[in-house]
Design a protein around this ligand. Structure first.
Ligand SMILES: [Ca+2]
Ligand SMILES: [Ca+2]
Length: 405
């Protein structure tokens, strides 16, 4: 048997040798520089330790010789045991440095594969994830900030403090929070970092029905990862989720509207249509030279649209998105068709968000290991005639990959 094997190997070697010499004879007139294969070497620490939901940075030292002009591909993976009990490779990252974060305390064998052309090099490390002693909830239940834009359903809180206190109660109980029209926002915090799971959507924004005529309308989302771990969403930690509308020419970045408090003693300026109770109700100006007034409708003439605790004017900011709105009542302003957006927003058919859609101020993609804070704000500015303003109503945000307890 052994002899036979030896003979086979010898034969194979001969065949390969012949094949090579044949190739050589065909190309012997072309003089080429010898091409050297890339040589990859990886230095990776043997072990890491971290608590669940904390991020540890795994930064390997990778050197590539003869790799000029070639792209190195990185793949981080770990073994995950499925429901069938079979352990499979699960990809957890594709950049050189891995920001490792996981919801479960366990030992993880983490493999790195570096590929340059056909050359593949692997290295492994072990991450020990320990319990943090804390319990976590799937929903973002801590209110950080809230300020609605004017709307027929604005609640008349006396002070900012009261507005925050009452809205915190609504967030805890999953009750509706009225955001109003353009710029109205709510900021909530999770009790853990929602992991940016590789290749998957990570959290979902649930909105409540505003009214039977204008049920849902899209809202924009911004996220913050508490990179400096001070427990605060700092200005430079915010990134916008660039949904399906973000790069469209009709989208206005850095848009600002300043709303003016209505004068309670002013005589209403009635319009030509019966529902136009006061067409000069809340004057507004924007930072693009535009201006106008929000109309108080006849149905809502007893409602105070302007947040009572705000000063004489206030300004709200964000990306302004164009939403298709069509009067289908022959200009009577009584019936409208309102469009929607495809992905990357709350108040749409599928309001699940992938943290990988986050972009910086210049619209450049950023890679966040997860998010601690989510801001939901109204990015449309439309009125639906007698149905009043197109407004949005927040309900809750929850982590889509939160482990079952
Ligand atoms: Ca993700
Ligand atoms: Ca921070």
């Amino acid at each position: 048997m052994k002899k036979y094997l030896k003979y086979s190997l010898f034969l194979m070697a001969c065949i390969s040798f012949n094949a090579c010499s044949n190739d050589d004879s065909k190309t012997d007139e072309v003089i080429e520089e010898p091409v050297k294969d890339p040589v990859i070497s990886i230095k990776l620490a043997a072990a890491f330790a971290v608590q669940r939901y904390d991020v540890t940075e795994i930064a390997p030292e990778v050197t590539i010789e003869n790799g000029e002009g070639k792209t190195a591909l990185y793949k981080w993976s770990t073994k995950v045991t499925g429901k069938d009990g079979v352990a499979k490779d699960s990809i957890i990252g594709d950049s050189k440095t891995l920001l490792f974060i996981t919801p479960k305390a366990a030992d993880y064998n983490v493999d790195l594969t570096v590929t340059v052309d056909k050359i593949v090099k692997q290295a492994s490390t072990k991450v020990t994830v320990s319990e943090s002693g804390k319990t976590y909830t799937a929903k973002a239940l801590t209110l950080v900030d809230f300020l609605p834009a004017p709307s027929f359903n604005t609640i008349a809180y006396a002070t900012k403090e009261e507005s925050l206190q009452k809205t915190q109660e609504s967030v805890k109980s999953g009750s509706a929070v009225y955001l109003g029209t353009f710029g109205g926002y709510i900021v909530t915090a999770f009790d853990h970092t929602v992991i940016n799971t590789y290749g998957k959507r990570d959290f979902v924004v649930k909105m409540a029905e505003t009214s039977s005529t204008a049920k849902y309308s899209p809202v924009s989302i911004a996220v913050a990862y508490d990179a400096n771990k001070n427990g605060i969403a700092d200005e430079n930690e915010w990134y916008e989720i660039a949904g399906s509308e973000y790069y469209k020419s009709t989208t206005v970045k850095n848009y600002e509207i300043t709303y003016k408090k209505p004068n309670p003693t002013a005589t209403p300026v009635t319009g030509t249509l019966s529902w136009q109770y006061d067409t000069a109700y809340i004057p507004w100006t924007d930072n693009k030279g535009g201006s106008g007034s929000i109309t108080r409708t006849n149905t809502r003439r007893r409602n105070n649209y302007y947040p009572a605790w705000q000063a004489d004017t206030y300004t709200l900011k964000g990306t302004k998105l164009a939403i298709p709105v069509k009067d289908v009542s022959d200009g009577a302003g009584t019936s409208y068709n309102v469009g929607t957006f495809e992905w990357g927003y709350g108040g749409i058919k599928d309001p699940s968000i992938d943290i990988s859609w986050a972009v910086d101020k210049d619209g450049k993609k950023v890679h966040l290991p997860g998010v601690d804070f989510v801001k939901v704000y109204v990015s449309t500015f439309e009125a639906l005639g007698s149905n009043d303003l197109l407004t949005s109503t927040f309900q809750e945000i929850s982590d889509l990959n939160f482990p079952k307890q």
